[in-house]
Design a protein around this ligand. Structure first.
Ligand code: AMP
Length: 287
């Protein structure tokens, strides 16, 4: 496995692999890797011949006052994990490499970026889209792998590559959870033991909402009200940022639940803001 900090070297390594006929898979991350990230590397490993991973905590997707300064790190452990899972190349640029002349150019996807997480993080997705565009231009993969943990990000990036004719296939990968249901997240490590117990309520609230939808397809507002009540009781230290039921393609709020819907929520706990979601298909199956 090669660890590379320089853009030209990434380009050369990937183009050498491609000239040998290799299909290139790419997994962009912000590091502090856990099994959720590593499952994306596994998916890339099984679908592609050459696997590139990036580790870059992108400052432009954090607003002032968010947790950029305290975002967890641990590059040595990350590199060992990438190697163990069979990555061929890890790109670890610094901020100067990615934004040598500052960040005056930006890519934004309107219509999908203002809802859900975009309400409380209005500049977040432009930061994500810009860095993902840059990384795709640097690595030029055939396939790029994203987790459904960040469902809105996946929808936005998929739309972005379609609209900008970026020649890559975006591959959607399932959410990896802890045994108690909590979605794995780098930010979980910042929760106290007591709050970690409460954080299980996010998954439990989604499960019970999915069960209600499956049973009787109640109006979305009713499902949201019960999820809100469940969270207030079971996660008293969490401040609900949003609970929404949306169309999984347009991310617009829906009123009825007798169709494919996405249940998504975000809760601010002391130490970390957590997100989670579940897709309910037309047969009422939660995913
Ligand atoms: P991040 O390092 O948080 O930017 O995440 C990098 C990629 O890993 C994104 O595509 C995330 O959706 C994905 N990811 C993070 N956590 C999980 C998880 N628990 N399950 C599946 N994918 C995940």
């Amino acid at each position: 496995m090669k660890t590379v900090q320089i853009i030209a070297e990434v380009r050369k390594t990937v183009s050498d692999a491609r000239s040998g006929g290799a299909a290139v898979g790419f997994v962009p991350t912000m590091g502090a890797l856990h099994e959720g990230h590593l499952s994306l590397i596994d998916a890339a490993r099984s679908a592609c011949d050459f696997v590139a991973v990036s580790i870059f905590v992108n400052p432009t997707q954090f607003a002032p006052g968010e947790d950029l300064a305290t975002y967890p790190g641990g590059i040595e452990a990350d590199l060992s994990a990438c190697e163990a899972r069979g990555a061929d190349l890890v790109f670890v640029p610094d901020v100067e490499t990615m934004y040598p002349r500052g960040a005056v150019t930006s890519v934004s996807v309107s219509g999908l970026s203002e809802t859900l997480c975009g309400r409380s993080r209005p500049t977040h997705f432009a930061g994500v889209c810009t860095v993902v565009t840059k990384l795709l231009n640097i690595v030029r993969p055939d396939k790029a792998f994203f987790g459904r943990k960040d469902f809105q990000q996946l929808v936005i990036v998929t739309r972005m590559v379609e609209d900008l004719d970026i020649p890559v296939e975006i591959v959607s990968c399932p959410i990896v959870r802890h045994a108690d249901g909590l979605a794995m997240s780098t930010r979980n490590q910042r929760l106290s033991a007591a709050v970690r117990l409460q954080a299980v309520a996010l998954h439990a609230a989604l499960e019970s909402a999915v069960a209600r939808i499956r049973q009787s397809h109640p109006p979305a507002a009713e499902v949201i009200a019960s999820a809100r009540e469940y969270l207030s009781t079971n996660a008293p230290d969490g401040e609900i940022d949003y609970i929404q039921i949306v169309d999984p393609q347009t991310l617009r709020d829906v009123e009825t639940t007798d169709r494919i819907v996405l249940l998504a929520l975000a809760v601010k706990f002391p130490g970390a803001r957590l997100i989670d979601n579940m897709l309910v298909d037309s047969a009422g199956e939660g995913q």
